[in-house]
Ligand binder design. Structure first.
Ligand code: ZN
Ligand code: ZN
Length: 209
């Protein structure tokens, strides 16, 4: 009886989580498209500029994910950190699906895109550089990949073979508090481990001695 009602709750929450994920995806695509459109109108990019922008936006998105997760979501106080701790605490509960998405409201996604766009628009305004549109495109693609991969890492679902280590990297963050904060691509985790003396890799090296 108990496990029956558990599985009903689980299914309902999963359906709700999937709805939230779909709405966030729509919000991210529309926000990304709007930002690309505005920046192209403002300073039309060259092909090389656009490609450079895509690379810059990709690195930026990975660094932003690292900083947000490490310094805001794991800072131990404030509403965002509290919400993230609910995600950490509820992974096995029937409620888990409600706390997997980045935001429970698509306007949170729109706000994320606008907040991140402001410094890029200021750069474009000052330097009239044509690469900003490419950065917006790859930021949007990164966000969509992040939401989908994070969901599938926790809730199950098909992931290509080459993404299995990515899912494991994040599940270890949950299981062992590894000190790694990238969700699916540990690029900044690696960069930080090269420059920081208190990084998880350095700790491991020290313990092995
Ligand atoms: Zn976390
Ligand atoms: Zn997670």
């Amino acid at each position: 009886m108990h496990s029956d009602s558990d599985s009903v709750i689980r299914a309902e929450n999963r359906a709700q989580g999937l709805r939230i994920k779909r709405n966030n995806l729509i919000a991210a695509s529309l926000s990304g498209l709007a930002l690309v459109f505005i920046s192209v109108k403002f300073v039309p990019p060259s092909r090389a500029g656009f490609l450079f922008g895509m690379l810059a936006g990709f690195v930026y998105a990975n660094g932003f994910e690292y900083c947000l997760h490490r310094f805001l979501l794991h800072c131990g106080h404030g509403i965002f950190s509290k919400q993230h701790m609910v995600h950490h605490a509820n992974l096995k509960s029937p409620d888990a699906a409600r706390y997997v998405n980045f935001s429970s409201n698509p306007w949170g996604v729109v706000a994320l895109f606008i907040a991140n766009a402001i410094p890029f628009f200021i750069l474009e305004w000052i330097f009239k550089n044509g690469w900003v549109a490419g950065a917006f495109l790859s930021f949007a693609l990164y966000y969509m990949a992040f939401e989908e991969i994070h969901w599938r890492s926790h809730m199950g679902g098909w992931l290509p073979e080459w993404l299995a280590p990515a899912a494991r990297h994040h599940l270890r963050h949950h299981a062992d508090d590894t000190g790694y904060f990238n969700v699916f691509l540990p690029m900044f985790d690696w960069i930080v481990s090269q420059v920081s003396s208190s990084s998880p890799q350095t700790r491991v090296r020290r313990e092995l001695r």
